[in-house]
Design a binder for this molecule. Structure first.
Ligand SMILES: Cc1ncc(COP(=O)(O)O)c(C=O)c1O
Length: 631
């Protein structure tokens, strides 16, 4: 029967051929466009705005509009110079598989409706399991991406630990991906239920720190549940010491989740397998085919060692889905294994592209990417203008352009200017990050089209470019300072006395009048006696302290690492936001050695003040960078 949403078969063919022709023309030359074409919202609104049309248009006109007004205004992730963030190249067979999947549109939540599609998903997940060396009872599912995979895995980990509990605690490093704090937030975990541990000199989660934190939490009555390790951290490509972390998890009976979203596919290569050693012992793993397996977004996956736990966590059987029920006859209903009920045929693109090219082609491409990142590291080492910030690891390398005599703020501004001028050439795009609070340029080689010359061009750009004009200092204008001093007189009532005292503290001397007023309103004075502990390592409290008088010693694992006196401050790592509303674990005990007075700022007030007072933020960030310095 004819219906309103129908094209006749000739029109279908014409539309399909025209679409393929337009795409092949575009994809044939990845250098045809600049690597990034940005556009202002007004431009986009002018081109694409307007209500939904009531009447029809010719498909060829719609397609022409897409080719002209849509496709060009984006980064070209297939461009050989695309080294920013996590590149996401895709192959043509995988893209065609998307068309096949979308046009046939099977429901992939239940075996009954998609036996072959379900079998293909099982096959593909079996490949992943074997590539990582996980055992036969491992099961998993395809999801939208790494964020969804991390959430799925952590929900399973929580269920395995007995379900939600206010006492449960999860451990991760400061290099963990931001999807993990987001996962924690989505799961309703409070700040004290997440222990963010500083990574070591190689940017890795330290097993001994995990063990110390776990044991301290147990002593305090909390319930350690899971450790989240990275296997290819987004910042530096570093792989946490998976074997040693698996040992700690085995001893302490904790769940080990490995976020190998982009890095896990390196297991296809010899170097990658060595780097990822220990991943086979994980309880759950995140792996994103839309990253280093060159699949179109959105395609992530999660593998769970005890596969039965997936259904224990997610399966719910309402009456209206009785007909789909697998009835325990060996049929798999993927809707029982995750958060999605309606699921598309994600596995087809992986299956068709691997069938088309063969695994060796993927392996060689990943190996080539790893080599190019190693080349980039070597080129950085050869150029005196550049310093290595993190060596090549699983396709990522981080470096800095140094300008003698420049402050960190100036280095950030000049580095950003060079990143922008590189993007303006249209030939390459890189991104920046911060490592231990210090600026770094980050090159991520994950693209089959990238070649040696593309890497050399980037390194030459940063080494050879003239220093752009330094941005003006970020220090507040002098008037703002005198303003602050004058205005403190207006801070009224009982706060007047100590507002004057606060003006003498270097950290607080640049606060605006409003900032000082807010500080006075929310801070408390704390008198401490000699021998008292002000804060204790691993405790959950997130307050920040400024020393007004007395002397103090900072004790990390029983070793005194520094002393503090009037004008010093401590607690900023725990008090400040690391990500998603979570802070670092309290990493030291602070003992009072000579009685004195402290200004205590509750963590939430401290964070509000940091947002409002750029000069305070700059001082705190500098202190954080110093305290986390890897030397
Ligand atoms: C290590 C890691 N984990 C998780 C993610 C999140 O993945 P997605 O963007 O697919 O949600 C990323 C993304 O770059 C990542 O690099």
């Amino acid at each position: 029967m004819e219906h309103a949403l129908q094209l006749d078969v000739e029109a279908m063919r014409r539309a399909g051929y025209a679409t393929v022709d337009a795409l092949v023309a575009r994809l044939a030359d990845p250098r045809a466009d600049p690597v990034l074409r940005r556009a202002a919202p007004e431009t986009m609104q002018a081109l694409l705005g307007g209500g939904a049309p009531e009447g029809p248009s010719d498909y060829s006109d719609v397609l022409a509009r897409v080719a002209r007004d849509v496709l060009p205004y984006a980064s070209r992730t297939d461009h050989p110079g695309y080294f920013a963030f996590v590149p996401s190249f895709t192959t043509w067979p995988a893209a065609l598989a998307e068309l096949v999947a979308a046009a046939s549109n099977p429901y992939c939540g239940a075996w009954m409706e998609s036996a072959a599609a379900t079998q293909i998903e099982l096959e593909v997940l079996g490949w992943f399991r074997d590539w990582l060396g996980m055992p036969a009872e491992t099961a998993g599912l395809l999801v939208t991406g790494g964020s969804a995979a991390n959430l799925t895995a952590m929900l399973v980990a929580r269920e395995a630990a007995g379900g939600p509990s206010d006492a449960s605690v999860v451990y991760l490093s400061d290099q963990a991906h931001s999807s993990l704090p987001r996962t924690a937030r989505a799961m309703g975990l409070r700040p004290e239920q997440i222990r963010v541990l500083p990574s070591d000199a190689q940017w890795r989660l330290t097993p001994s720190a995990v063990r110390a934190a776990v044991q301290a939490d147990r002593r305090a009555g909390r319930v350690p549940v899971a450790v989240c390790a990275s296997a290819g951290s987004t910042n530096t490509g570093t792989v946490d010491p998976l074997g040693a972390l698996a040992d700690v998890c085995a001893e302490e009976e904790l769940w080990l989740h490995v976020d190998a979203a982009y890095g896990g596919f390196a297991a296809l290569t010899a170097d990658g397998r060595t780097a990822l050693s220990g991943i086979e012992r994980a309880d759950s793993v995140t792996l994103d085919p839309h990253k280093w397996l060159f699949q179109p977004m959105e395609c992530g996956s999660v593998l769970v060692r005890d596969g039965a736990l997936l259904e224990r966590t997610f399966a719910i059987h309402p009456d209206y889905l009785d007909d789909n029920d697998a009835h325990g006859i060996g049929e798999v209903n993927f809707a029982d294994r995750g958060l999605q009920l309606s699921r598309g045929f994600r596995a087809l693109k992986i299956w068709m592209s691997v069938q088309t090219f063969g695994l060796a082609a993927f392996r060689d491409t990943i190996a080539r990417n790893i080599e190019l990142a190693q080349l980039a590291e070597q080129l950085v080492r050869e150029r005196p203008e550049l310093t290595l910030a993190a060596p090549a690891a699983l396709g990522i390398v981080c470096f800095r352009r140094e300008w003698p005599g420049c402050t960190e703020d100036e280095t950030v501004a000049r580095g950003a200017a060079l990143v922008a001028s590189l993007a303006q050439t249209g030939d390459a795009l890189v991104s920046t990050t911060r490592l231990a609070g210090r600026h770094a340029i980050r090159l991520c080689v994950l693209n089959p089209t990238s070649a040696e010359q593309d890497v050399r061009r980037v390194i030459d750009h940063f080494a050879d470019a003239d220093a752009p004009a330094a941005r003006t200092s970020l220090d507040p204008a002098p008037e703002a300072r005198s303003d602050a001093v004058a205005a403190t007189d207006s801070v009224g009532g009982s706060t007047e006395g100590w507002a004057g005292e606060l003006r003498q503290v270097a950290l607080l001397s640049t606060l605006s009048a409003a900032g000082l007023h807010d500080l006075v309103a929310c801070a408390q004075l704390v008198d401490v006696a000699a021998g008292e502990a002000v804060v204790r390592q691993w405790e959950a409290d997130r307050s920040f302290y400024v020393v007004l008088s007395g002397t103090y010693e900072i004790d990390v694992d029983g070793e005194i690492v520094r002393a503090a006196g009037a004008g010093d401050f401590f607690g900023e790592l725990a008090a400040r936001d690391w990500g998603g509303g979570y802070g670092y674990a309290r990493l030291a005990t602070v003992w009072c050695t000579q009685a004195g007075r402290l200004l205590l700022l509750p963590g939430a007030s401290f964070r509000t003040l940091l947002d409002q007072e750029p000069s305070l933020r700059a001082q705190i960030e500098a202190a954080v960078a110093e305290r986390l310095r890897r030397t």
